[in-house]
Design a protein around this ligand. Structure first.
Ligand code: MN
Length: 252
C-alpha cells in the first residue's frame, strides 16, 4: 500500500513525524509532500497569484511553498510516479471539530485527496496545554486502531474521514465513536486589535473562546467524553431537504 502523508502545520511540524510513524505501521511505501510553512486556517485554498516551489528534503520527502491543497496537487501530479492508495493528513496540532473544519487546511488536504478519488483521512489532536502527558499521546496510542477499519470500509467517492483525538493521555481514552459533525455557537473566536511599530492599526484573529453546545452523537460530544471521533464527510454541500422547497419557488 502506497501512502501520501501531508498536513497543514508544515513539513517541520512534530505532528507530521507522528503521522509518518503511524503510516509506517501500515506500509513502508510512504511519501511526504507537505507545505513548507504552516498553513493552518488555509482551508481549501489553491495558490493562484504566485509561483509555487517544490523543495526536496530526502527520498520521497518534499515540501511545497503553498497551501495543503497545493501540496496534495503537486504530490499527486508531479512528485509521485503512481497514485497513492491512501492519503493521511495531519496530525494537526489542534482540533478540527464541528463547523471549524471549513477553515481547516488539514481537512482540506483530505478533501483534495477525495476529489482525486483517493481514500483520504484527516487526523487532528485536540490540545490541552496544561496537561502533563505528551500532547500527541492519544494519537500515538489510538491512530492505528482508528485508521485500520477505514482502509476497506465501503465509502463512496467524494467522501473523506475526519478523525480527532481527545486531549487526554492515551491510556485514559474511552474508545472510538463514529459520529456526525457538530456545530459551534457563533462567536468566531477573538479579534485582537493593536498598532504595529509604524503606528498602523492591525487585527489578529484568535481561536480561543469558541463555545459550543454539545449535541448528542456529534464529534464535539465524543471528544468531550474522552472518545476518539471518526466522522465521514461528503463534498456534496447541497442541503437536499431544502432543494424541493426552493425548486417550488422558482417554478412557473
Ligand atoms: Mn494546523
Amino acid at each position: 500500500m502506497r501512502i501520501l502523508v501531508t498536513n497543514d502545520d508544515g513539513i517541520f511540524a512534530p505532528g507530521l513525524k507522528v503521522l509518518e510513524d503511524i503510516a509506517a505501521e501500515f506500509s513502508d511505501d510512504i511519501w511526504v509532500c507537505a507545505p513548507h510553512e504552516e498553513q493552518s486556517g488555509a482551508g481549501h485554498s489553491l495558490t493562484l497569484n504566485a509561483p509555487v516551489r517544490l523543495h526536496t528534503h530526502g527520498p520521497r520527502r518534499f515540501s511545497v511553498t503553498g497551501t495543503p491543497t497545493d501540496s496534495v496537487t503537486l504530490g499527486l501530479r508531479k512528485v509521485m510516479d503512481s497514485p497513492p492508495d491512501l492519503i493521511l493528513s495531519g496530525v494537526n496540532r489542534g482540533a478540527n471539530l464541528g463547523d471549524d473544519i471549513t477553515y481547516s487546511g488539514t481537512v482540506s488536504a483530505a478533501i483534495e485527496g477525495a476529489l482525486a478519488g483517493i481514500r483520504s483521512i484527516a487526523l487532528s489532536q485536540v490540545l490541552n496545554r496544561s496537561a502533563e502527558h505528551e500532547q500527541f499521546d492519544a494519537t500515538r496510542k489510538w491512530a492505528a486502531k482508528a485508521i485500520a477499519p477505514l482502509l476497506d470500509a465501503p465509502l463512496p467517492e467524494r467522501t473523506l474521514v475526519n478523525v480527532n483525538f481527545p486531549p487526554i493521555a492515551g491510556e485514559k481514552v474511552a474508545g472510538i465513536r463514529a459520529v456526525r459533525q457538530g456545530f459551534h455557537d457563533y462567536s468566531r473566536g477573538s479579534v485582537v486589535e493593536g498598532k504595529d511599530p509604524r503606528g498602523l492599526p492591525y487585527y489578529w484573529f484568535g481561536l480561543h473562546a469558541i463555545e459550543h453546545t454539545l449535541d448528542h452523537g456529534t464529534d464535539l460530544e465524543a471528544i468531550d467524553e474522552g472518545f476518539v471521533s471518526v466522522t465521514p464527510l461528503q463534498l456534496d454541500l447541497t442541503h437536499h431537504t431544502s432543494l424541493e422547497a426552493l425548486a417550488g419557488r422558482y417554478s412557473q
